[in-house]
Design a protein around this ligand. Structure first.
Ligand code: GRG
Length: 298
């Protein structure tokens, strides 16, 4: 498997399935304006990394990826809502996301807030209503609790609050930076990887290995995100660049320099890949996904 595995084909296949599911799970409805706003951001592209992690993790643990599609869709809905709210004038105030004008630029702030709220609520409904009955309901309840915790004040919301507090703060520390990224970025990646494993019926030892894997790739993902904010272009990223510098935010490259940041991200990914050694060759897709996180250019 290791020799023949092609990550691009793997990502393309899962991405197509995810795109189709996102479109099908959220058809237009009444009132049309809110459905258009939700679909505008949800179907605007993006790497679809989180839903692919859900499906890959489910498959790794012996589950049928179809069982995990509702969780995959839900995690992408939550990620999208966090981007919509993050871009609002009261937060990062961004005009450009996923290569398009941000949600509030097109629909107004009021509708953008509600589109985020609608996506957040619908995500949980999708897991509860659409997970196939082959998956025992105790697993479904566990996934709902896991995903809820990842977006709560213990997760994304807490990370965002400390991020806002740290803007322009000359006394910001590495510990604060770690807290922000573990909560703002790694928490949802963890919910994706562990959620897929729970749907599959993984044992506690497997879940723990995958949890540690996801924490490592989460931090590596954010280190690379910070670097790309300095080295990339809006065309390549589909969002504005140089935001951290403008907002006087402490970042990993500011703390360690670009080369050391890259080395640290690579070391985290190496460790993440080793954490999956017990799965043997079946871990190849998740190991390749970990490499992709540090090698990506957008
Ligand atoms: C979750 C209730 C609730 C509120 C949201 C606004 C907010 C609180 C949190 C902000 C979370 C945030 C925007 C984190 C940044 C994570 C990150 C690195 C995003 C970029 O992810 P990519 O590169 O984007 O995977 P694509 O577009 O490819 O999906």
């Amino acid at each position: 498997m290791t020799l023949t595995f092609d990550l691009k084909t793997y990502l393309d296949r899962y991405r197509q399935q995810v795109e189709a599911a996102l479109d099908a799970y959220l058809p237009l409805g009444y009132p049309p304006k809110i459905y258009e706003a939700m679909r505008y951001s949800l179907l605007a592209g993006g790497k679809r990394l989180r839903p692919i992690l859900v499906l890959a993790s489910c498959e790794l643990c012996g589950g049928n990826p179809d069982w995990a599609m509702p969780t995959a869709v839900a995690v992408e809905m939550i990620h999208t809502m966090s981007l919509i709210h993050d871009d609002l004038p009261a937060m990062d105030n961004d005009d450009y996301r996923r290569g398009k004008p941000t949600n509030h630029k097109v629909f107004g702030e009021d509708i953008a807030i509600l589109a985020g709220d609608g996506l957040l609520a619908y995500a949980f409904q999708v897991i509860a209503d659409r997970t196939p009955l082959e998956v025992p309901r105790e697993r479904v309840v566990r996934v709902i609790a896991l995903v809820a915790r990842s977006v709560s004040a213990e997760g994304l919301v807490g990370g965002q609050v400390v991020d806002l507090e740290m803007e322009g703060n000359p006394h910001a520390t590495e510990a604060m930076l770690d807290y922000i990224h573990k909560h703002k970025t790694a928490a949802l990646l963890e919910a994706a990887v562990v959620g897929g494993a729970i749907v599959a019926g993984a044992n506690e030892e497997q879940i723990e290995g995958l949890r540690q894997y996801s924490q490592n790739i989460g931090l590596a993902f954010q280190i690379i995100d910070d670097i790309l904010d300095i080295t990339s272009t809006p065309e390549e990223l589909g969002k504005s660049v140089g935001k951290d510098e403008k907002a006087q935010k402490l970042t990993y490259p500011k703390l360690w320099g670009i080369a050391t940041s890259q080395q640290k991200a690579k070391a985290l990914v190496q460790e993440a890949k080793q954490l999956l050694a017990a799965f043997g060759d079946r871990a190849t897709p998740l190991q390749a996904l970990a490499d992709y996180i540090v090698e990506r250019t957008n």
